[in-house]
Design a protein around this ligand. Structure first.
Ligand code: MG
Ligand code: ZN
Length: 462
């Protein structure tokens, strides 16, 4: 545990960018932080690892999901924002392993589908069940399976679900809804695409409706557009999903001020964008033949009314931990647009979201440091396309070159689809790291579905 979260790199986000812009293009001498990291890397870890192994029960579980955040995405963000010898917050976890992420074939779970999407992989970590791409917490035959959030709620824990995407997007959806196709975000699409789930056919409704029916104590992200659609049957027929949420006891906030002022003694619904929330950073997208070496900029179009993922995490922890002495909570926090900007071959977008996600992890680690009965897990749902290649490499795909914190060029390659098309997920195993009770179960090579059982064991869920 030594050094975990004990220091923060002083340069984050826009400040780091300004520093990079001002710095000469030479490697900077290591500061005290860099030296202590080096000592940690070269020293004997035995006592640290032994001290980090903690069995028994956790009061709280905080799960951080970096969507599409494979080892390559982590390394790219680290090189750019901290330097090759620097460390992100997520790199400081004492116990680390890898897990496999594959999906299975619809109707035949014995046949792997090696490249998963966020829906099948999310169903894996949220329910312990392998399923087909596109499935939201239903098995390979379309049957609903209970999720860790639902079980936590049933066992008396508070629950929270936070994302930078639409709250109806696959990753937050798998925790609190069950539909046969991830596109069934609101009542309108559900009628056509998931008739078996539609309210008017006797189903539980769209993802948005089911999120409200499951009713986590905190639900924060984008996706207001689907809450503005009208429920088609049942008690709330003709009303919007947002009105259904109000009837379920939610206070709704839509901007940073609202989030800050929201009560912590009432369920909290935050919908900060019609669809996905905006990006932290911008820069040149990758292109065939490469870009001139450049740096990333803060996204000038980012509305100040949108909270950052770290802000949402902080507020969620306030609501979930308020006045609790015995039972704790389960909280999921997703950095969603690492994946979306990887698809778009936009390295600065991707890196900015990874750094924003890492800032949220720092909030979770700080909470765990003062609440030692907290299991914190950081992982991804699947690998993605971006790769660091030699600066003089001849890629058939799209590349971009960035000047990193080290003051040297780094070339990033996107070549899992034809140039201009959406780049693809990959089938690689991904990192899983943890601290706190039961975190030893992330060590080694596990499968994504094992994470469900680790969290269930940590909270003693039945
Ligand atoms: Mg996602
Ligand atoms: Zn994706």
């Amino acid at each position: 545990m030594r050094g975990l979260g004990a220091r923060r790199w002083p340069l984050v986000g826009a400040i780091a960018l300004a520093a990079i812009a001002a710095a000469p293009a030479v490697a900077q001498p290591p500061g005290p932080d860099d030296r202590s990291d080096r000592n940690l890397a070269s020293g004997d870890h035995t006592a640290d690892v032994r001290a980090a192994i903690e069995g028994g029960r956790a009061k709280n579980v905080i799960l951080f999901i970096g969507d599409g955040m494979g080892d390559s995405e982590i390394t790219i963000a680290r090189n750019y924002a901290r330097g090759a010898a620097g460390r992100l917050e997520m790199d400081r976890f004492p116990l680390t392993g890898a897990y496999t992420t594959y999906a299975v074939t619809k109707g035949d779970p014995s046949k792997p589908d090696y490249v998963t999407d966020s829906a099948a992989s999310g169903t894996g970590w949220a329910t312990g069940t392998k399923t087909y791409n596109g499935a939201i917490s239903v098995d390979a035959f379309g049957n609903p399976v209970p999720t860790v959030l639902e079980l936590a709620k049933r066992n008396g824990y508070r629950t929270g679900n936070v994302t930078t995407a639409e709250v109806e997007d696959a990753t937050p959806a798998v925790l609190a809804s069950h539909v046969v196709n991830r596109d069934c975000k609101g009542p309108d699409a559900t009628s056509k695409t998931c008739p078996v789930n539609a309210k008017e056919n006797g189903g539980a409704g769209s993802i948005a409706e089911q999120l409200v029916q499951t009713r986590p104590d905190v639900l924060l992200g984008g996706g207001k557009a689907f809450f503005d659609q009208k429920v088609k049957a049942g008690e709330f027929s003709g009303k919007t999903v947002l009105e259904q949420a109000a009837a379920a006891g939610y206070q709704t906030v839509t901007d940073t001020d609202g989030l800050r002022q929201a009560r912590t003694d009432q369920p909290l619904l935050g919908l900060f964008a019609p669809n996905n929330m905006d990006l932290q950073w911008t820069g040149s997208p990758a292109k065939v033949g490469g870009t001139a070496p450049g740096i990333c900029q803060p996204n000038a179009a980012l509305p100040a009314s949108q909270p950052k993922l770290a802000d949402m995490t902080r507020k969620a922890l306030q609501v979930l931990d308020r006045g609790r002495r015995d039972k704790g909570f389960f909280l999921q926090v997703e950095g969603a647009s690492i994946d979306k900007q990887d698809h778009a071959a936009n390295p600065c977008g991707q890196i900015g979201e990874t750094v924003g996600f890492d800032d949220a992890i720092a909030v979770g680690v700080a909470f765990a440091r003062t609440h030692g009965d907290t299991l914190v897990v950081v992982t991804a749902d699947h690998g993605h396309t971006s790769q660091i290649i030699p600066n003089d490499g001849k890629s058939p795909g799209m590349t971009a070159t960035l000047i990193t914190k080290d003051g040297v060029p780094m070339t990033i390659n996107y070549a899992t689809n034809t140039p201009g098309a959406s780049q693809e997920h990959t089938g690689t195993q991904v990192r899983i790291a943890g601290l706190g009770p039961q975190a030893a179960n992330v060590v080694g090579v596990t499968d994504q579905t094992d994470l469900f059982y680790t969290m269930r064991r940590a909270l003693g869920l039945r």
